[in-house]
Write a protein of this length. Structure first.
Ligand SMILES: Nc1nc2c(ncn2[C@@H]2O[C@H](COP(=O)(O)OP(=O)(O)OP(=O)(O)O)[C@@H](O)[C@H]2O)c(=O)[nH]1
Ligand SMILES: [Mg+2]
Ligand SMILES: [Zn+2]
Length: 305
């Protein structure tokens, strides 16, 4: 489909606004883009073919094939976060205390989408830090990169940790509400407010919580390093996942799943299960195993009508 529009300009979706989008052209200028037809299925990070339809507006004719797409899927609806990203930063905080289930779900979705992920724990200036650190120990143990930040209390230290890791990459910042995602963006991108533009500032007036996903350049001239701010999530459905794949998307379970007696072991009650053996030996964290069971139950439950 895209080939038909190959002569049109390539643009980048930097923000969604209900039924229209903000599109950035190859010179860095931003336009209001209207998708052709009723169905608007663009996502921030999409490359689109578009044609100008006015001085600062255009028509989006086609979406280029995506390298990846991070999304969640509840029983009835799908919510896309972003497309074509290089890496994901899941930002949790000492306060509000994070839901480990939500953290696991974000990691599983990223694993399925093939997106490299780092966890960052923010607000490590607060007293609950040690407890939060302990809750993240299983993630370090399974080989994940876990950063510790204090974006507000120690901005210089946090910036020094983040900058090399973010360099020349397109990073989506995801996490529950109030963890400091926007604080991170504002720390690294001093002109972030200007990049949002007047439309969005007016829409968000008087509120601090982020309501739409937004693409920011750390380097507006070279446009190599990008950060994507996103609204805090509460629910994180994984209905896109095949239940049999689920344990393979959890690295700590996966490491023991091929020791099971039955090739189609669900790791719940079968004899000779390598995963439950590892659990008993303390090689898999009880909370991760519990969350696995909860997600599996959801994925195998009959649809509610
Ligand atoms: N104590 C402490 N507070 C912080 C730190 N970083 C951010 N905060 C505070 O946390 C609150 C939430 O920060 P935001 O950056 O708005 O959080 P967010 O993740 O963008 O939230 P949503 O947009 O609702 O998803 C603000 O009041 C920040 O000042 C930190 O390092 N320490
Ligand atoms: Mg925010
Ligand atoms: Zn098993």
């Amino acid at each position: 489909m895209a080939a038909k529009f190959g002569n049109l300009d390539l643009g980048l979706i930097v923000r969604g606004h209900g039924r229209h989008y903000i599109v950035e052209d190859s010179d860095g200028r931003r336009f209001v883009g209207h998708p052709r037809g009723k169905k608007s299925d663009c996502v921030v990070g999409d490359q689109v073919r578009w044609a100008p339809s006015g001085s600062d507006e255009g028509v989006i004719e086609a979406v280029e094939p995506r390298r990846n797409l991070l999304y969640r899927q509840d029983e009835w609806k799908t919510k896309s976060f972003a497309a074509n990203i290089d890496q994901l930063l899941v930002l949790v905080a000492v306060e509000p205390v994070f839901s480990e289930s939500q953290l696991c779900r974000a990691l599983i979705a990223a694993e399925q989408a093939g997106i490299a992920t780092t966890i960052a724990l923010n607000k490590t200036d607060l007293p609950g830090t040690e407890a939060a650190r302990e809750r993240l120990a299983p993630y370090r143990a399974m080989g994940m990169n876990v950063m510790e930040l204090a974006l507000k209390a120690d901005p210089a230290g946090s910036r020094a940790l983040l900058q090399p890791w973010l360099n020349a990459k397109r990073t989506l910042v995801l996490g529950p509400s109030g963890t400091g995602k926007s604080t991170l963006i504002n720390l690294l991108i001093p002109d972030a407010k200007a990049q949002v533009g007047d439309i969005s500032v007016a829409l968000n007036s008087g509120r601090h919580t982020t309501t739409t996903t937004q693409w920011y350049w750390m380097d507006v001239d070279t446009r190599e390093t990008a950060l994507i701010d996103s609204p805090g999530f509460q629910e994180f459905g994984l209905h896109q996942i095949d239940p049999q794949q689920l344990p393979l998307l959890m690295p700590d379970l996966r490491a023991h799943a091929d020791h099971c007696k039955f090739y189609n072991c669900t790791h719940r009650h079968e004899p000779g299960c390598g995963v439950r053996e590892a659990l008993e030996q303390g090689l898999i964290s009880p909370s991760r195993y519990r969350i696995y069971g909860e997600i599996l139950e959801q994925l195998t439950a009959p649809k509610r009508w």
